[in-house]
Write a protein that binds this ligand. Structure first.
Ligand code: GLU
Length: 297
């Protein structure tokens, strides 16, 4: 699958430093790495560390050393979202100038009492004075349909106002929301192909909407299946998925290539990690992941 015949592919992996890498995130990292490298593209690394209450000390360094232990070497320097606050403010100011964002003081509790769905009802949209208590910033949505052709999941289309309503770009606690930061970061890093977990598929229309408001280019997207445990739950830090086993990295890579439906030959279990990775780059084929939402660990 060559997505950018005329320009260099720039992919990325953007983990949140909320704990050590578990199998599920290493699986996504490997898929995005192989997709970029098999096209002779760049593979960048960004640490999504804006949600400070969820950050775990030492997790970012642990993630970097784990990726290296598995032969997933990135290009350029690592970008930390916490170092990009001026850029987020710059683009927030641009949206404010266009009158596309507004302050919202509603708490979850208030919203639960006045609306029956998660779609924000817009109560703060037409207020004219700046609130004197802490407020979030929401983007005004309109009823445009955002459609995109996911490289693995096919055509996705959503009416932004109806499905999401005015969503938050900056939280009441001052933290820039994931949706907004990711759009700015991917633009500034010139990322043109995003490989990430299926669980983020339905976040994508919101991100494309923001790209459209800001006049930014839209990358290609490939949402890979997520790994679920025996009970069908996504492997995640929340479900306490254990950190990947660093004692037998070649076995882990072999197992992950199996989960990525790459049919690795059994000899790969006995070669070095770097040799396994070279084999995987040369043989990478994302096609078997098409239309799959999950795989079993
Ligand atoms: N930081 C996000 C996460 O760990 C991923 C962001 C993205 O790939 O867009 O879930």
């Amino acid at each position: 699958m060559l997505s950018h015949p005329d320009k260099k592919t720039i992919g990325r992996f953007a983990p949140s430093p909320t704990g050590p890498l578990h199998l599920g995130s290493l699986y996504t990292a490997l898929a995005s790495f192989l997709q970029a490298r098999s096209q002779h593209g760049k593979w960048l690394l960004r640490i999504d560390d804006l949600d400070t209450p969820r950050n775990v000390q030492g997790a970012a360094d642990n993630i970097l050393s784990t990726l290296e232990a598995f032969g997933l070497h990135w290009d350029d320097s690592v970008v930390y979202q916490s170092h990009c606050l001026d850029a987020y403010q710059f683009y927030l100011d641009e949206l404010a100038e266009k009158q596309l964002i507004y302050p919202c003081i509603c708490s979850r509790k208030t919203l639960a009492s006045i609306q029956t769905t998660d779609v924000y009802s817009g109560v703060c949209r037409n207020k004219t004075t700046l609130p004197d208590s802490p407020y979030a910033l929401r983007v005004k949505t309109d009823a445009r349909i955002i459609g995109f052709d996911d490289g693995l999941q096919g055509l996705i289309a959503r009416n932004i106002a109806e499905h999401y309503g005015d969503f938050i770009l900056k939280r009441k606690d001052g933290i820039i929301a994931y949706q907004f930061a990711v759009v700015i970061d991917d633009h500034l890093q010139q990322v043109n192909e995003i490989v990430r977990g299926f669980d983020l598929l339905m976040e994508t229309p919101k991100q494309i909407y923001l790209q459209q408001l800001l006049g930014l280019p839209c990358p290609e997207y490939l949402h890979v299946p997520i790994i679920v445990d025996q009970q069908g739950y996504k492997l995640s830090k929340q479900t306490r998925a254990s950190a990947v086993d660093l004692t037998t990295p070649q076995q882990v890579i072999f197992d992950l290539l199996g989960l990525l439906k790459q049919n690795p030959p059994s000899e790969l279990q006995r070669v070095s990690v770097n040799e396994s990775i070279s084999w995987a780059i040369a043989h990478w084929n994302a096609e078997p992941l098409t239309q799959r939402q999950q795989v079993n660990a």
